[in-house]
Design a protein around this ligand. Structure first.
Ligand code: X2X
Length: 341
């Protein structure tokens, strides 16, 4: 081959290469919409900030993530978030297992009453076989799951009186999240549960339309629920909701392998850091958040293992009913991994 021809071929190859590069860049959206339920001041929102900042820096701005708090891309209806990710209305999300459980029944696992007694139990599930299996299930549903985060142990608050026994919540009107499992749990306890989005819950608490609710302390304190008459708080660790970092499958496929790697690693790093933030201030060694809550005149009741046992006993039929729906093998695996923790 003559030198001129060779040079011509090389130039052609270079041009072709740069065209593919350009095609990739053109494929990329100018903004990727990331959905979360609460604001960026909450641990959950901090996770979103960390993830989007890391991705923007490490891709030199090729992947530009914009955070949409308040599940605003689905008008605040958090139980529709998962479907919207699959449909591409939402590009990526950090979602609570509770909010996605209407579409992914296995995610109800974490809502089985009194399954996970402590943080090592949560970790045994998310970081073990159960977590891997749940990611496998999610992968078959149009999303690419990347990492685990945490909303937290959901504690009970109300405006009426201290709750120590199942008897104490009889007849109480409680706002619950969007899985029928919660209706079953609180119905078994003799309460009067009503399902509502987080957006609707806050005015309902403020007006007294409902007496109480359940949420992690970071949400309770961050949303200043003590200012809407929620002066009684019971710590009972009955369920905890992990968070899952996901990307819509087509969006994922539109990125180069290098960028996919960056997004995945950033999600893992953000998830780890978010879990640390979510657990701050609510442990025996650091109870600063609890102290802060008490400073607002809140009566905090911490249940003993025996008192928790009384609630667990009443809700056992709900556990058994839902274990069948979730999948007995998955629940058994979870129980075995928790026992081994
Ligand atoms: O709605 C709730 O209670 C919240 C904010 O914790 C969830 O999105 C599951």
């Amino acid at each position: 081959m003559k030198l001129s021809k060779l040079l011509g071929a090389a130039a052609f190859a270079a041009a072709a290469l740069s065209t593919t590069g350009a095609v990739h860049a053109a494929d990329y959206k100018s903004e990727y919409k990331l959905s979360i339920v609460v604001g960026t001041t909450f641990p959950w929102g901090q996770g979103a900030v960390i993830w989007s900042d890391l991705v923007r820096e490490r891709t030199n701005g090729r992947i530009n993530i914009k955070i949409y708090p308040g599940t605003s891309l689905v008008q605040g209806d958090q139980t529709r978030e998962f479907t919207a990710i699959r449909q591409g209305v939402i590009d990526m999300a950090i979602g609570s297992t509770i909010n996605w459980s209407p579409q992914v029944k296995e995610l109800n696992l974490f809502s089985l009453p009194f399954l996970m007694p402590d943080y090592p139990a949560i970790d045994a599930l998310t970081q073990g076989k159960v977590g891997a299996q749940l990611f496998e299930i999610l992968s078959q549903k149009g999303v690419v799951p990347l990492a685990w985060g945490e909303n937290g142990y959901r504690q009970l608050s109300n405006s009426k009186h201290a709750v120590q026994t199942p008897q104490d919540i009889k007849g109480m009107k409680l706002r619950v999240v969007g899985s029928p499992l919660y209706i079953d749990t609180f119905t078994a306890l003799g309460a009067n549960p009503t399902q509502m989005s987080w957006a609707d819950a806050q005015p309902a608490l403020a007006s007294g339309a409902v007496d109480g609710q359940e949420n992690p302390l970071s949400i309770y304190a961050g949303a200043k629920l003590y200012d809407v008459a929620q002066k009684y708080l019971t710590l009972w660790n009955y369920v905890a909701d992990p968070l899952i970092f996901v990307v819509n499958k087509e969006v994922w496929g539109s990125w180069t392998p290098e960028d996919q790697k960056i997004v995945r690693e950033a999600a893992l790093e953000a998830g780890k850091r978010e879990i640390v933030i979510a657990r701050q201030g609510v442990t025996a060694t650091d109870d600063s958040l609890l102290k802060d809550i008490e400073g607002h005149g809140v009566t905090v009741t911490t249940l003993s293992p025996e008192q928790i046992g009384a609630f667990a006993k009443v809700t056992q039929p709900v556990f058994d009913k839902w274990a069948k729906q979730i999948g007995p093998d998955l629940v058994k695996q979870a129980q075995a991994d928790i026992a081994k923790r």
